[in-house]
Design a binder for this molecule. Structure first.
Ligand code: SAH
Length: 398
């Protein structure tokens, strides 16, 4: 999943020394390209790389790093499998393969979530629950996903099963909650497809309310199982603060939050804008966004379920006026349809948040061509310490 820019070996060569790695499975996992590099050096590397890719478009400011970079991930995933001699194991797929590497202690993951996954593994043994076999399609337990509310401490556990029935379900839930009373909700998600996607369509709540709530930027957010939520809460606040600074809102503006997820950016800035409009493709996330406006008593926010490109084109066709557009697309970046509509609407300011500098560079090239925008400033934010991933927020104006 994570991008592989630099190998572990290169990273440790960088320090000019070799010693035992902080992580016993880093060589097989491949998730943390920078696992054994001092954090300051990691930041320098990312700064350099961001500059390499982006400085031809505008000024790249110093990267915003973390004070305490370990265990930042509030969402933890483990794949389950049966291995001869080992029994049930849980962990991650070996780099570029479907072999499971058992993980006991991950440097990135929330530690409570890690402990819950270990308990699920122990309980699966004592309840004689079979793990799912990807080759044959037999067996039950495929993955476990745990989400932790950074501020609220609420915890969601999703058991991803190959078929909908979990034997001794009630006892399983009881035992798991006894071991981890901080769990607030448990769901079964059914994924019977031969796919690399973790979650399937169908889900069933077997304990609690089926979602968790968390607080971010002084607001409260409902987060459903399938909705996107930033994995590093501390850095998300830094990222959004920079995005809001770039937007220079005065209380009157009409603002679009494109690819809005559960409405976090829209609702964080609603108090400084006249009106905010969010658009998002995922139905559950849009539903969460609408609820989140209500929870926070925000009345000047509307959310639409649509493809962001199609939606913005409709706005341009209707001659709608927009002052500021935030966009935060997935790795693949935005689309020409979206960017064309943006150039037609021509908001005064555009704030582009990106988790993939290569597609950001491609889209900036498009937006700054012909009679387009000028990039005023770019700030990288380290959302994913120890990995090679780079996030950046970019401010464009006429
Ligand atoms: N801004 C949000 C979400 C960013 S992640 C936050 O910070 O939490 C990107 C989001 O884009 C995801 O929620 C994903 O479901 C959504 N998305 C992906 N493709 C889309 C499309 N074509 N149109 C609208 N939203 C899309």
């Amino acid at each position: 999943m994570e991008k592989k820019g630099v190998s572990n070996r290169e990273a440790s060569k960088d320090r000019g020394e070799r010693r035992q790695s902080l992580c016993s499975v880093s060589g097989k996992c491949g998730g943390c390209q920078f696992v054994d590099m001092p954090y300051k050096v990691q930041l320098k590397r990312k700064q350099k790389q961001a500059e390499l890719l982006l400085k031809e478009y505008g000024k790249v400011m110093p990267i915003i790093g973390m004070e305490e970079p370990a265990h930042y991930r509030n969402k933890v995933h483990a794949v389950f499998a049966f291995q001869k001699g080992r029994g049930i194991v849980s962990g991650i797929y070996q780099e570029k393969s479907h072999r499971v590497v058992p993980v006991e202690n991950c440097l990135l993951e929330n530690q409570k979530a890690g402990a819950i996954i270990q308990s699920v593994r122990e309980l699966a043994k004592s309840f004689k629950i079979k793990t799912y076999d990807e080759d044959t399609g037999y067996g039950l337990l495929r993955h476990v996903l745990v989400r932790v509310g950074h501020v609220t401490g609420e915890i969601m556990v999703i058991l991803v099963l190959g078929s909908p029935i979990l034997p001794s379900k009630n006892n399983f839930v009881k035992e798991l909650c006894k071991l981890h009373p901080e769990i607030t909700t448990i769901l079964i998600n059914v994924n019977n497809k031969r796919t690399s996607m973790v979650l399937g369509e169908k889900e069933q709540v077997i304990y609690g309310k089926g979602y968790i709530e968390d607080e971010l930027c002084g607001r409260r957010f409902k987060i459903s199982a399938k909705s996107f939520y930033q994995v590093n809460s501390v850095q998300t606040e830094a990222l959004y603060a920079k995005a809001a600074e770039y937007a220079q809102l005065t209380g009157k503006e009409t603002v679009v939050d494109a690819y809005c997820g559960i409405g976090t950016i829209a609702l964080a800035v609603a108090g400084q804008a006249g009106k905010v409009i969010g658009v998002e493709l995922n139905k559950d996330a849009v539903r969460d966004a609408v609820t989140n406006a209500k929870i926070n008593q925000i009345k000047n926010a509307d959310f639409y379920q649509n493809d962001a490109g199609r939606f913005l084109t409709q706005m341009a066709d209707a001659g709608e006026k927009v002052d500021v557009v935030f966009l935060d697309p997935p790795r693949s970046g935005s689309t020409e349809q979206f960017l064309d509509a943006l150039l037609r609407i021509r908001p005064k300011r555009v704030v582009y948040i990106s988790c993939e500098p290569e597609t950001l560079a491609r889209d900036l090239k498009y937006l700054t061509g012909k009679s387009g925008y000028r990039v005023r400033e770019i700030t990288p934010v380290d959302m994913f310490p120890f990995t090679g991933n780079i996030e950046a927020v970019c401010f464009l104006a006429n």
